[in-house]
Design a protein around this ligand. Sequence first.
Ligand SMILES: [Zn+2]
Length: 138
Amino acid sequence: MHEVDMTKALILTVRDWWQAQPQAPTVTKIHLIVGQFTCVEPASLRYAFQAQTQNTFLAGAELAIAEVPLVAFCHACEQEYSPQIGTQYTCPTCQSPMAEIRSGRELKIDRIECTQRSPPKDNPVGTITKSAESRQVE
Ligand SMILES: [Zn+2]
């Protein structure tokens, strides 16, 4: 299944990023850009992601998928057009075969939302213990 392998690659990429972070942040949302021409089904991708992130550092993280439509460029007409995936890839004006894809093959992480664990504040411990210095009443 296409989406399962895709998800594995995605998780590995995010994990590399995550491990490079000094504070080990909690990932809340991953924004993905998915081109229509990658033939990735957003619903399947979400499902695979949820299944594969259980009990990992990504458990509970949300997947936000932005789809990018397929846009091709015809060199003969020097213009962009939108091919119909699965039915018509040729230029609607001159019928040239699809030669150049301008967008629609993207599959990348746009950004990652996370919450930083609050770093320990360097309050001197002494300020807390002072109140405990109660005097023994004679
Ligand atoms: Zn054309």
